[in-house]
Design a protein around this ligand. Structure first.
Ligand SMILES: [Zn+2]
Length: 471
């Protein structure tokens, strides 16, 4: 996602991995774990109504389909309870839409619905219509999408099979470009492998990777999952197992654009081409499969889910305008000052608009997953927010957000971004830089703030994780 349009708001889902901090991995006995996979084709029909492609400029009407828009689901079952994990080839979904899907799945202990943040799929947020003042979302398609999501999750639950599990991690910074200083990448690819307990054959491979799927660029006119579809295809080809990619910490900005990718003849492949997109997808698949050759057994039980709804102030004037224009279809409510009084927060008037979102943590035995409702900057997770802001930054006295991810002691941990919501970028207040002069010698405002709810978003999200994990 590049500068361009003001309204190109909301983006990104995140999975973060950090290698085990200590080797005292508990060898508790595994409760029986079952896994099931499924995918549903949610490609919009191209015909009577325009299908606007999300992620870059306005009025990018789809002229065809390059590869299907899939909703991929994994269901885990242990101790009689089912947990769904979904990754959709979409730019994002608002919490209201996720809650509608959950209403149909009340027999599940938890449904975690995330999007890959593909910049080549249909507009599901409303921000990429014909003009900035018209929604790009087709309400009929959203209903169709919900139906496919529900049936795909139910289908995955029908495929439940007893499994053993393995995990592997590999650092691949060469497959990421960081578009904004400071350069901090979440460059560890985490892979989980599920094997049939009885036959030992692979049932499915799950990847957690932290990159915007936008290799096809702003000129593409065909619906696509971008590199994600090619990654899945390659893994399925080599292993005959199902595959799912979850998108992680993509803020700040993690992209496949400008990543140098060569073909077999050593020639550079250009951004915006199918050749580069396919090759990138294959390289990611190969990195995962190579790392899994040295996989370690992991216990993914017991499963514990903790979640919390929070309010975030909507400070972004563009979001407020978009809401007024009916472009931005999410509920806006009054921020309750009583609940959110904190010395570090900016003061706001009564009745300040706010959005309700959800943060959650899922513990799968030895693996902890933080579910983040937007696109978080990796520095907030890796403990790499600079102690002192750059001298041009807007908030010189900004507090450092609570370092919940580094403090979370788990043998393995990761994050999923765009999980159960898409609130846009979540950036350190110390890096907030809307007013000139700009940091790092930049002549123009850095990209990110314009697609964020406001400068206190990261602080409030970090506090919510702190409460879920430590209080
Ligand atoms: Zn994005």
């Amino acid at each position: 996602m590049n500068k361009s349009q003001l309204f190109l708001i909301m983006t990104g889902l995140v999975f973060i991995l950090v290698a085990p901090k200590n080797s005292e991995t508990k060898q508790t006995s595994n409760e029986k774990l079952e896994v099931g996979f499924s995918k549903g084709d949610a490609t919009p029909k191209i015909g009577n109504k325009p299908v606007y492609i999300a992620g870059f400029g306005h009025n990018r009407k789809a002229e065809g389909v390059s590869d299907p828009i899939f909703i991929r689901a994994m269901v885990l079952k242990t101790e009689g309870k089912k947990y769904a994990f979904v990754s959709a080839d979409l730019i994002g979904l608002f919490k209201e839409q996720v809650d509608d899907i959950r209403k149909e799945l009340k027999d599940f202990e938890n449904v975690m619905f995330s999007c890959t943040h593909s910049h080549e799929g249909p507009d599901t947020l409303g921000l990429w219509g014909q003009t900035p003042f018209q929604s790009g979302t087709d309400p009929d398609y959203l209903l169709y999408l919900q139906k496919i999501a529900v049936s795909t999750i139910r289908e995955a639950a029908k495929n439940l099979t007893e499994c053993d599990t393995e995990i592997a991690a590999i650092s691949i910074p060469e497959l990421l470009h960081d578009g904004r200083p400071p350069i901090v990448k979440m460059d560890e690819l985490l892979s989980l492998k599920f094997n049939n307990t009885n036959t030992k054959t692979a049932l499915g491979i799950v990847l957690f990777w932290h990159c915007h799927p936008e290799t096809l660029g702003s000129g593409n006119k065909k619906l696509s999952s971008d590199f994600v579809g090619y990654t899945v295809k390659e893994i399925m080809k080599q292993t005959q197992a199902e595959a799912i990619v979850f998108t992680g910490a993509v803020g700040g900005l993690m992209t496949s654009l400008k990543v140098s990718i060569k073909n077999d003849q050593g020639q550079n492949l250009n951004d915006g081409t199918y050749e580069k997109t396919e090759r990138y997808g294959q390289l990611l698949a190969n990195a995962s499969l190579n790392s899994l050759r040295k996989a370690k057994a992991i216990n993914l039980t017991p499963i514990v889910v903790r979640k919390k709804e929070i309010l975030l102030p909507v400070d972004n004037p563009i979001y407020r305008l978009a809401k007024q224009m009916g472009v931005f279809k999410r509920e806006i409510i009054d921020w309750d000052l009583q609940l959110n009084k904190h010395a570090s927060l900016n003061q706001r008037e009564e009745k300040h608009p706010a959005a309700k979102t959800e943060v959650s943590v899922i513990s799968l035995g030895e693996l902890g997953i933080g579910c983040i409702p937007g696109e978080i900057y990796p520095e907030l997770l890796l403990g790499k927010v600079a102690t002192k802001p750059e001298k041009e930054a807007d908030y010189q006295d900004a507090p450092t957000e609570y370092d919940w991810f580094q403090k979370w002691k788990m043998p393995y941990k990761t994050v999923i971004g765009l999980a159960n919501d898409e609130i846009g970028y979540i950036l350190p207040k110390k890096q907030w830089d809307e007013k000139p002069p700009f940091a790092y010698g930049s002549k123009s405002a850095p990209y990110g703030e314009i697609n964020s709810l406001g400068p206190d978003t990261a602080f409030l999200i970090a506090n919510a994780f702190k409460e879920l994990l430590f209080e």
